[in-house]
Design a protein around this ligand. Structure first.
Ligand SMILES: NCC(=O)N[C@@H](Cc1c[nH]cn1)C(=O)O
Ligand SMILES: [Zn+2]
Ligand SMILES: [Zn+2]
Length: 476
């Protein structure tokens, strides 16, 4: 089966160094979507991808998305749309990825410069975006190039959609997907996204579910300017005191969400689902290793996987305007903005969750009896997604995993969010598969994010092999 794969794999092994250099160039572009000042870098990253794709012979368009909502004059980065191959006798697969990254500063605690790809003696490639999601996005380009160099026919027509705002809730992309579903994406017979991770470090997986994410801000203001705590402490009501009390009321130490109306929306666990967790190759050691400590809420595998996949969680992310530098500054901040998010699951609704959150926080603030002003609002939201893995798209990927990794994949859900997954499914009406490249210890969004060289190189083979097995799936 898939007889061309040996030649393709050989070429990938041969060009591994070149692929690492391509990743080095991509990581060097600090394409941080959350920081408006970095927007030119995000755009530069989109252009870099477009140029690489054009050099490979793909037809490429940079689609503008207009201004970022709430930021007049700040243009959203373009969506890179590309097509490689247009053969009516071949299947057409649509792949999606993102070229933006989370913020990163060396001073956050990185051991190396975050935008300088650094490969250590264990083959770990450290750099912001290495695993999320520049490595996997380049994986598709590398797979095309390896076919060309090895003189092999590319097995499918490949449609590509790479965006630059995923880490900020994929602003603007939903509308484009809906508008292009019957145009640019019309030929797509299935969708594949490589933007998540294995559960551990050894066993590959295919993923059929994601949590959604509702992201909120609570703004508390009072004084006209920052104050001296010696002069004003004890005389002025302090925004930071109110905000920390509000944030402290949202969730307890064991992750129990305190907001009424959230857990009530969660679909009950079925007996069929109960048995799913036993067969998943995952141990508490895996999570302790990726967490870098043993501070898990639960001590058993099933509760831990359920907490990650099928129950909501609430995380507090930070406070804008608060003193956060080292040292001891005796300031009373005049205005502070607390940031938190709720990961959502079936059958939670975005609006229903918003209403529960707003009501609770307004009630808690009223109880404080503060003269300060409080505002709570949603920054962005993305929907949860759960699909059936019983589709040829998943069967082809499972064959590719067996061929590349010599083992059958686990079928998993994921705690993170890729907001447009459901949009792709609903707008195109096609099956969506999540095919991860990286592993659980990659530290996406964290300091010292990395992608193992082994996962990158074998991951390029995996993406290519998947396309070969897709091509062998009979058309019905
Ligand atoms: N690799 C996917 C990922 O990291 N997604 C982000 C997307 C996001 C941002 N805000 C809401 N969703 C995630 O945090 O899950
Ligand atoms: Zn990602
Ligand atoms: Zn991410």
């Amino acid at each position: 089966m898939a007889p061309q794969l040996d030649g393709f794999f050989k070429q990938v092994d041969n060009d591994a160094g070149h692929y690492i250099e391509r990743l080095r160039k991509a990581v060097a572009i600090p394409s941080i979507s959350a920081e408006p000042a970095r927007r030119p870098d995000v755009v530069r990253m989109g252009e870099f991808l477009a140029d690489e794709l054009k050099a490979l012979g793909a037809s490429v368009e940079l689609r503008p998305l207009g201004d970022q909502p709430g930021h007049p004059g700040l243009e959203l980065p373009p969506v890179v749309l590309a097509r490689y191959g247009n053969d009516k006798n071949k299947r057409t697969i649509l792949v999606y990825g993102h070229y933006d990254v989370q913020p990163a500063e060396k001073s956050d605690g990185w051991a190396t410069e975050p935008f300088d790809l650094t490969v250590d003696d264990k083959g770990r490639m450290f750099g912001r975006g290495a695993t999320d999601d520049k490595g996997p996005v380049l994986g598709w380009l590398n797979a095309i190039e390896a076919h060309q160099k090895a003189g092999l026919d590319f097995p499918v027509n490949l449609l590509m959609c790479f965006e630059g705002m995923e880490e900020y809730g994929s602003e603007g992309l939903d509308d484009l997907i809906v508008a292009e579903a019957k145009k640019y994406f019309a030929d797509a017979e299935a969708v594949c996204i490589s933007d998540n991770y294995w559960l551990g470090t050894e066993k590959p997986c295919l993923t059929y579910g994601l949590r959604g994410c509702n992201y909120y801000s609570i703004e508390v203001s009072g004084p006209g300017a920052d104050l001296h705590s010696g002069v004003f402490g004890g005389t002025a009501q302090e925004p930071m005191t109110d905000l920390t009390r509000l944030l402290g009321s949202l969730v307890d130490t064991n992750g129990k969400i305190q907001i009424p109306g959230i857990m009530e929306q969660v679909s009950p666990v079925t007996p069929e689902e109960e048995s799913l967790y036993d067969n998943i190759s995952f141990t508490m050691n895996d999570i302790h290793e990726s967490l870098g400590s043993k501070t898990t809420i639960f001590d058993d595998k099933k509760s831990t996987l359920m907490a990650r996949w099928r129950f909501p969680s609430l995380s507090i992310h930070g406070i804008e305007g608060a003193f956060s530098a080292p040292g001891a500054k005796t300031v009373i901040p005049a205005k502070v903005i607390g940031k938190f998010s709720v990961r959502t699951v079936p059958n939670m609704g975005i609006e229903k969750t918003n209403q529960a959150v707003f009501k609770y926080i307004e009630e808690q603030f009223a109880k404080l009896g503060s003269k300060n002003t409080m505002k709570v609002y949603e920054q962005h939201s993305g929907k949860w997604w759960v699909a059936s893995p019983k589709h040829w798209n998943f069967s082809a990927a499972a064959k590719a995993v067996e061929r590349v990794w010599g083992t059958q994949p686990d079928f998993t859900r994921e705690g993170g969010s890729i907001p447009v997954t459901l949009t792709f499914e609903q707008a195109t009406g096609k099956n969506v598969l999540l095919l991860p490249m990286g592993s659980s210890t990659d530290g996406a969004h964290s300091i010292n994010e990395k992608l193992d060289k082994r996962n990158y190189v074998e991951g390029i083979k995996l993406l290519g092999a998947y396309l070969h097995y897709v091509a062998e799936e009979p058309k019905v």
